[in-house]
Design a protein around this ligand. Sequence first.
Ligand SMILES: [Zn+2]
Length: 346
Amino acid sequence: MKAVVLYSPNDFKTVEDYPKPTIGPNDMLLEMKRTAICGTDIRILEGKKTKSVRYGHVIGHEISGVICEVGENVQGYQVGDRVAVENVIPDGSCAMCVSGHDNICLNRKAIGYEFDGGFAEYVLLPQEAIEGGNVVKLSDDVSFGEGALIEPLSCCLRGQKNAGVKFNDVVVIIGAGPIGLMHIILAKAAGARKVIVSELNEFRREKAYECGADIVVNSAEEDLKQIVMNETDGIGADVVLIAIGIPQLVNSNLELVRKTGSVCLFAGFTKGVMAEIDPNLIHYGEINVCGSSAYKRQDYHEAAQMVMSGAVNLKPIITKVFKLEEFQEAYEAVKSGKELKVEIEP
Ligand SMILES: [Zn+2]
């Protein structure tokens, strides 16, 4: 089958002869329809993220498709089912899982990491994913393009839960890439009274308004902190969500929240790069600094319901679709910053 094989950092290409997976009696085979490219995929392709990455294999973890083979022991699915796939497979029994944090399972496996991912014509859905409830049927009116985005949306939902975004909050979102835009959509859906977005790129600033932002700031020309203070009577925002992985931004973002506010380091940062922060901002401000990694099973199912019910509209975020054999162009399109979500379809 056609697949994009990652041989080593910065060495990947689409091949025609990657072995098509063979399913066992407890597995299913997915005919991939759409796999979105994630910022994490770019970091993996460039060797900036290496944990659980298997060279010589296929990555891609924002996946939707059609079930094309069902193992004889599998219950509840049929050939032809349109599905989206929750890629994280927690073990359910480690200290994190049993305390309700399956998103940071100590023994997690994931499709696109330990299992071959979605940048291929077919994806094996292993027994543990099926039995864990990772394969979610899509309603007919949800496109495969949106289905693939349930995964990143559920990550954003986890970040907003960790940060405690709630009704009537003023929320600042740093960066209006695909993830920042999803944060805008979710914050508005959560009842935020004001969403302030910082973004350097003009196209993305327009998209931020389209996704529901109230105020969009070009922080190269405008003073973000001053604007946030003006909009909050000098108190500061309730929540800041950092959706750009630039460590140097962390400290200035601590200055945007009110005392007792939350700052969520949502984006992944390049391994080993340090950030200098003023700990007194956290101490005297009683600021809650949180991380956010992946999503809980509950988050994925909630995100899927939000997409299927029409409570959120992710269509404006998908700006370009490429074929598997055009993966290099797709990679460059993501890198250029001119597109938002770029998706691959066979
Ligand atoms: Zn676990």
